[in-house]
Write a protein that binds this ligand. Structure first.
Ligand code: DC
Length: 335
């Protein structure tokens, strides 16, 4: 499912104005997202409290949105909100990259909702951060940036080139000649190495360990952090990693540090690998994770560490839904 947002303003609280503005807004959303009417599951409107004369949902029904469910709500007064503003959320059946539509000066929506924001989720391997980061990004309809994938891609490049990943000079040389990029398709990150999609191969176990080793090098970290800051500077996103809250984005709007007992983390990774068809020895995996923890937390540059202002969540005995809910509640409290 995809959620598409939009907003418009009206000059006066008059039924005809509302009909016209809602019709125009929905038409634009449909055409910019190439939607067919029967793909729209429901449409939810909210309007500022200075609009009473007509329900936007009724305007949508009159404009021919006959088969989807419609709902209108009135917003409470919020400081900084635009006057006479109608906002909409369309729930669409298919998965697409949404094109949100803002008309008639409605670019700045409610101040508390409209700002670009970044969420930093750091933590050790198996703490649940990537699962949660993905879900949170989907929930907030913003980008998910998996920074570990970037280190993994560097490591894969080094392995393929037969380079010793612990040798910074050799790695640095290699990095000058590889093109690393991330792209998004239907909200899913693809990691590209010299144009090749390596999203699958970077998950191999030998790559995990090599990524941890390669991430110790200052030159690699600086390059990765620069790319990450560039992406986060342009758009709202959830970033997961080891050093997002402490080093990459020390001013991130929301910071979380997820952790879990070593036993639980190893079990999660074990289940993940077994589900992918690998044969793994649990004790071996536990040792590998402990080694990675040690390496990631003791490196001199931007080690794995909770930022002072990050919210610590121990996920050992929590379900994914509970962790997600805790994060959303904390974010709401901070707005
Ligand atoms: O999150 P992950 O398991 O995909 O990360 C792989 C390795 O990359 C991890 O052991 C340490 C390194 N890493 C890092 O140093 N900083 C980040 N922001 C993300 C990952």
């Amino acid at each position: 499912m995809t959620v598409i947002r939009g907003a418009t303003t009206i000059a006066e609280d008059q039924p005809e104005e509302i009909r016209k503005a809602v019709g125009e807004l929905l038409e634009q959303i449909e055409s910019r997202n190439q939607l067919k009417r029967d793909e729209i599951l429901s449409i939810v409107f909210s309007s500022t409290s200075d609009i009473h004369s007509f329900y936007p949902a009724k305007a949508a029904r009159e404009a021919g949105f006959a088969s989807c469910s419609l709902f209108s709500a009135q917003e409470p007064e919020i400081d900084g909100s635009l006057a006479l503003c109608i906002r909409v959320m369309l729930f669409v059946e298919k998965n697409i990259t949404p094109h949100h539509v803002y008309l008639r000066g409605a670019r700045a929506l409610r101040k508390d909702l409209a700002q670009k924001f970044n969420v930093a989720i750091d933590g050790p391997a198996g703490s649940g951060k990537s699962t949660i980061a993905k879900m949170l990004a989907h929930d907030q309809n913003i980008l998910y940036l998996d920074t570990g994938a970037m280190y993994r891609a560097c490591a894969l490049a080094a392995i393929r080139a037969g380079i010793d990943v612990s040798d910074e000079a050799q790695v640095c040389d290699l990095m000058r000649n590889v093109a690393l990029s991330v792209t998004y398709e239907n909200g899913t990150q693809h990691t590209l190495l010299n144009g090749e999609d390596v999203s699958g191969s970077i998950r191999d176990r030998d790559v995990s360990m090599a990524a941890s080793t390669i991430s110790k090098h200052e030159s690699v970290r600086m390059k990765m952090a620069e790319k990450q800051r560039e992406i986060a500077g342009k758009m709202s996103c959830v970033l997961d990693g080891r050093d997002i809250g402490t080093f990459v984005l020390p001013d991130a709007d929301f910071k979380f540090f997820l952790t879990a007992s070593p036993e639980v983390r190893a079990k999660r990774r074990y289940d993940e690998l077994v589900a992918k068809g690998y044969t793994v020895d649990f004790e071996d995996l536990k040792r590998e994770i402990a080694l990675r923890d040690e390496q990631d937390s003791t490196r001199p540059i931007a080690p794995l560490k909770k930022a002072e202002d990050a919210v610590l969540i121990d996920t050992s005995d929590m379900t994914i839904e509970q962790v997600l809910q805790t994060i959303k509640t904390k974010m709401q409290e901070k707005i």
